[in-house]
Design a protein around this ligand. Structure first.
Ligand SMILES: [Zn+2]
Length: 183
């Protein structure tokens, strides 16, 4: 991403964890309507990262194959579940779709999806209103998609990134299995 990154305001997709990247970036050209502040921050971001870190970040930025998603997918695959990923035809483009179980799974970053009561969701000190608008927009969108999917008969499971840390993984996966098998 040498010097070519831009903020991506419109698309509410899977954004990286706040711990990895404080700004929504996406490959492409700089968008000039953004503030200079944002612009210089992006330049800074592009410069400070080693190539490996950058490429890891970019994989998260693109919203596909993010690490948390992979953890869930790997687990499901090992248990014999087969699924589609990032299904564009369904509302909210669910990360994992298990047709046989009429279930979709969203793997959410705690920050971008405003995980309430979570230590990874810290309200930013600067441009607070802007960030809150954005995060609340994401949450609204999540809820909207959930309602539409549920109305259409899908079971919707949301897994937050903080539920995938080592200490919580067993419980998270047990719950996931029981939800799936109850369908
Ligand atoms: Zn969380």
């Amino acid at each position: 991403m040498k010097g070519v990154s831009r903020c991506n305001d419109e698309k509410i997709v899977n954004y990286p964890s706040p711990l990895q990247n404080p700004l929504p970036l996406k490959g492409g050209l700089y968008v000039m309507r953004h503030t200079l502040r944002c612009f210089s921050y992006l330049c800074f971001m592009a410069d400070v990262h080693e190539p490996e870190v950058r490429s890891y970040n970019m994989s998260r930025i693109k919203g596909k194959n993010t690490k948390p998603e992979l953890i869930v997918r790997k687990f499901l695959f090992s248990k014999g579940f087969r699924y589609r990923i990032n299904d564009k035809k369904l509302p909210g483009k669910p990360d994992i779709v298990l047709l046989k179980y009429k279930t979709v799974i969203f793997v959410h970053g705690c920050y971008w999806h405003g995980h309430e009561g979570c230590k990874y969701f810290v309200v930013p000190q600067t441009r607070t209103e802007w960030w809150l608008n954005k995060i609340n927009g994401n949450k609204e969108n999540d809820n909207k998609c959930k309602t539409v999917l549920e109305t259409a008969g899908w079971q919707v499971i949301s897994i937050f990134e903080c539920q995938l840390i080592k200490e919580k993984l067993t419980t998270t996966f047990q719950n996931l299995l029981s939800l799936l098998l109850s369908k």
